[in-house]
Design a protein around this ligand. Structure first.
Ligand code: MN
Length: 131
């Protein structure tokens, strides 16, 4: 299974940190600063997994996720919401938007490894559900 992942994050430091963590896990990372062209970008890149910042200039991460999940061509690609908002109910909002998983910033290597194991498998062909 491909480990190509898309990272949508407008903050340069947060983006670089997440990209570095993902590359350390063997992912082929494509960074993007906004989700405005997300449909076209995802159709072109065909990532196995998408990390979606929630607060973005232009359309929000949740709106972008709704668009991806509403399109049969991209609906099956798992989307991980990444948010700084440690607010009560944020995970429920992410789920309502169609996000498959949720990470809060700052993203820890351990939390990221759990997400990758769950949604990409371990890279050795195991089922995503095998822990
Ligand atoms: Mn942001």
């Amino acid at each position: 299974m491909t480990r190509r992942v898309l990272v949508v994050e407008d903050n340069a430091l947060n983006r670089e940190l997440l990209v570095a963590l993902l590359e350390a896990e063997g992912c082929d990372v494509l960074p993007a600063e906004s989700a405005d062209a997300v449909t076209e970008l995802v159709a072109r890149v065909r990532p196995a997994l998408i990390f979606m910042d929630v607060q973005l200039p232009g359309i929000t991460g949740y709106e972008a996720t709704r668009r991806l999940k509403g399109n049969p061509a991209t609906a099956a690609i798992p989307v991980v919401a990444v948010t700084a908002q440690a607010m009560r109910g944020e995970e429920a909002r992410a789920r309502a938007a169609g996000c498959d998983a949720y990470l809060s910033k700052p993203v820890s290597a351990r939390a990221l490894q759990d997400v990758l194991r769950r949604w990409l498998g371990d890279g050795a062909g195991s089922s995503p559900d095998r822990r």
